[in-house]
Design a binder for this molecule. Structure first.
Ligand code: SAM
Length: 359
């Protein structure tokens, strides 16, 4: 006998809980713009270590308009980013927020995370159209905040982990690089990881590749600013066809899943490595099953994946679209399909998985 679906009963309390959760989310969405604003205008830097400041004092120190600054400060205070003292009418940055919002050397440094988020949101009308059409949008096609924010978001993690933990976790690699090896950093973006490796291993030659010419130009500027332009080289070439061979180490930081043809890239890495060379793959932290990723980090990464990584992959040949939350099992499939016989996880952080692949 046919049954008629009854509308599910709505629990009024649960509805209101959801509405108030959404109010918090709207505040958080708007706050992303305010954090980027505070970072660009130097508002957090002026507050850090300054004790209590009035809105007029902060405006004066940053050359900004007091009426705007007052509103910005109240939004920051309501969100717990800034502390407000009602007696003196002053605002201060707690020490932990000072580190997270103003210290680019700290692994907890956050402005880049917000900057790449706001850049992604600014581009979202085009992604909405792409979701209709199924077309891709390349990494090169995004606003500058995406590229700059990406560099600023990832660099603190590389500073904290790459030389101290990730490279030592690879079998025999540090010894080789200390003696003098050849390294390709593929999908290097603005070259944060490339420059770190060149600084740490002066006897080695490090080459950064990325298909995006604009990123490669910035990477060259960064190397020159670090005084490394003689020791590190950058070239605009894709992962499937970058030049050179006999590499001791090929690295890919947070980019394999962005590629349209990661298996083709894996085959190319295989063909350019020495027989005892190593491919290090750094990917976003993720479990293999969706339900393992239904947490705050997974939420941020699935969102970036919708707005950046999936369209990037779909814009390229093959368009495999692994997604930022591909997880270890899918990465292993790609690596093995590329001809590698050994694959293992060597390290992880709350944000990254690190793998070693050998021919
Ligand atoms: C999320 S960003 C990571 C950049 C850099 N590795 C980092 O960690 O800061 C992804 C990078 O992959 C690059 N990319 C995407 N597809 C590529 C391809 N097929 N060949 C080379 N680079 C590619 C993009 O241009 C972008 O710079």
């Amino acid at each position: 006998m046919a049954t008629i679906d009854q509308p599910a009963a709505v629990d009024g309390d649960k509805l209101m809980q959801f509405v108030f959760r959404a109010v918090d989310e709207v505040g958080a969405t708007l706050n992303a713009a305010l954090v980027v604003m505070g970072d660009k205008l130097g508002l957090y830097r002026a507050l850090a270590g300054a004790g209590g400041l009035s809105s007029a004092e902060l405006a004066e120190r940053t050359g900004t308009a007091e009426r705007y600054v007052r509103e910005w400060l109240n939004a920051q205070a309501a969100g717990g980013f800034v502390a407000y003292d009602p007696e003196s009418g002053t605002y201060s940055l707690p020490p932990e927020q000072s580190v997270a919002l103003t210290d680019p050397e700290s692994p907890a440094y956050l402005p880049g995370f917000f900057q790449i988020a706001i850049g992604s949101v600014l581009d979202s009308p085009r992604i909405t159209e792409a979701v209709r059409s199924g077309e891709g949008i390349g990494w090169h096609d995004h606003v500058h905040d995406v590229h700059d924010g990406c560099e600023r978001f990832f660099r603190p993690g590389y500073n904290a982990h790459l030389i101290a933990e990730w490279l030592p976790a690879l079998d025999g690699v540090v010894d080789k690089l200390e003696r003098g090896g050849l390294v390709a950093d593929v999908g290097c973006g603005h070259g944060a990881s490339t420059i770190l490796m060149a600084q740490a291993f002066p006897n080695s030659t490090v080459v950064g590749f990325d298909y995006h010419a604009g990123s490669i130009e910035t990477a060259r500027d960064r190397a020159a600013a670090a005084g490394l332009d003689q020791r590190v080289r950058f070239s605009a070439e894709p992962a499937s066809a970058y030049s050179g061979s006999g590499y001791d180490l090929v690295t890919m930081f947070d980019c394999l899943h962005d590629m349209g043809d990661p298996v083709g890239a894996a085959r190319h890495v295989h063909s350019t490595l020495k027989p005892d060379g190593v491919w290090m793959i750094v990917e976003p932290q993720a479990g293999d099953r969706i339900e393992e990723n239904l947490n705050p980090v997974g939420r941020a990464y699935y969102s970036f994946s919708t707005l950046l990584c999936t369209p990037a992959s779909l814009s390229q040949e093959v368009g495999l679209a692994l997604g930022a939350q591909a997880g270890e099992a899918r990465i292993r499939d790609v690596v093995e399909a590329g001809g590698f016989s050994r694959f293992r996880r060597v390290a992880e952080t709350p944000f990254n998985l690190v793998f070693e692949a050998r021919p």
